[in-house]
Each structure stands twice: as structure tokens, then as C-alpha cells.
Design a binder for this molecule. Sequence first.
Ligand code: 6PG
Length: 253
Amino acid sequence: MNDSRSLRIFQDLRLLSCAVAEEIIKLAGLAINDMGFFSIGLSGGRTPITLLGLLATTYSNLVPWSKIHFFWGDERCVPPDHPESNFGTALQTLISKVPIPSQNIHRIFGELEPSKAADAYEKDLRDFFFSNSERSYLLDLILLGIGRDGHTASLFPGDSVLQEQERWVAVVSAPSGVTPQWRITLTLPTINAASRAFFLVSGKEKQPLVHYILERRPNASSFPAALVAAKNGVTWFVDQAAWDSAFDPENPS
Ligand code: 6PG
């Protein structure tokens, strides 16, 4: 396991998202040349929306859509047309706008009973990656966000799912007050089995966590995001607001 971490700081979320899009295109080209396809795990939440929009427009012509397989790091247990659906967000902002073959979309069926959704997704993942078993890793790239409590995907602090070593996919109940309550998530070993992981972090509310984790402060490992590694390293894409406590996004220097 490669515990290497790199940090890239950007003036704002748009520039951060442009850099991520360019890295995705570069990694996709390398993977497709090597294996004939590129597998990416999308994160949920709001931060990746700018990236998805850029991939659907500015960068669309540079993306080999037919060779990319889309997975998700986690999903809320809601139907795809629900405003909280991670797949639904990706469908609206990207998938409905570009020529991705339907067989390349490996969504989590949030509308199913949670254990059935988890079993179905785990089967899809195992079938897909076992048919490409000559690889030493699973996803080529997983995109992740970080919650204000240090969760990533739907791996929340203190959840026993963090000790799961067998299952690739698990059902979790979010902490009280976090809705939707029920979620499907990749387990930590499955996230860490990716070749690379990118964290996309924006906004000053994330700033204390980013420093706590990247400066490897005591007890940082209590935050699930700090436990993410990847075979070929983790890159943190962070905007100024999430890095510099003195930075005022209203008056960028
Ligand atoms: C989810 C995400 C979650 C997200 C973080 C950050 O389904 O909610 O997978 O891990 O990445 O909560 O969310 P924001 O980007 O909205 O801050």
C-alpha cells in the first residue's frame, strides 16, 4: 500500500475542478492504452458537481466516453430521481449529456431494500473486476469528498464498518441527524484497493480537518478520510478557502 499523499491547492473550486478533469483525462488515456478501459468511482455530495459539469461541456470532447466505466463510492438509499441521489446528481449534470454506453454505468440501486442494493453492487463489482483479474488493483481512480466530521464515502467516524475486511460493499446507517439515514458504501479495503484516490475539498468549513489530516496530527486516524490510501497514492485537491484560514474568497488576493 502506498501511503503517499500529495496536495494541490487552487484559488477556487472551478480551477480545482479543471485540474481534476485534466488529471482524469490523462489517467484515462494511460489506462485505456494499457487495459482497454478506465474505471472511475464518483463521489457524492455537492463538491464534485462543478467537475461533472466541466466534463460534460468544456472537456467533453477530450474524454473517451465509450471506454470509461462509472462506479460510485457510495449512494444514499433513495430512488435515482430523489434530490439526494448521488447517481441522480451525476445523471443530471453529466451522464445525460455525454455518450456513455449504458453498460458502462454501474450504479448502486438505491431504490432497493438496502441489503439487496449492497449485494447487487458487490456482485457487479466482483463480476467486473474478476473479468479483469490480471490487475493488482480495482478502480483505476476513486474520487472522494470529506464531510465536516471527517467521513468519506459513507464511512462515518466510529462506525464498525471501518473494520470490515471481507465485504466490498456495506449498508450503513448515518449518524443521527444526517439524512438520508441509510446508505450503501464501498468498504475501506475496497476504496484502498484503487490505483489512485483524489480528494476534492472546497470551503472554509473543511479547513481544520484538511490540516489535521494532512499534517498527520495525533488522532487524525479517527477520521475515516485519514485512513484512505491507494496503491499509487492519494492526491488532495484543495481550494484556498479549505486551506488558508486567512483566505477571504470574497476578496481573493
Ligand atoms: C455523500 C458523499 C460524502 C461527501 C462528503 C462531502 O454521499 O454524501 O459521498 O462522502 O463526499 O459528505 O460532501 P460535500 O461535497 O457536499 O461537502
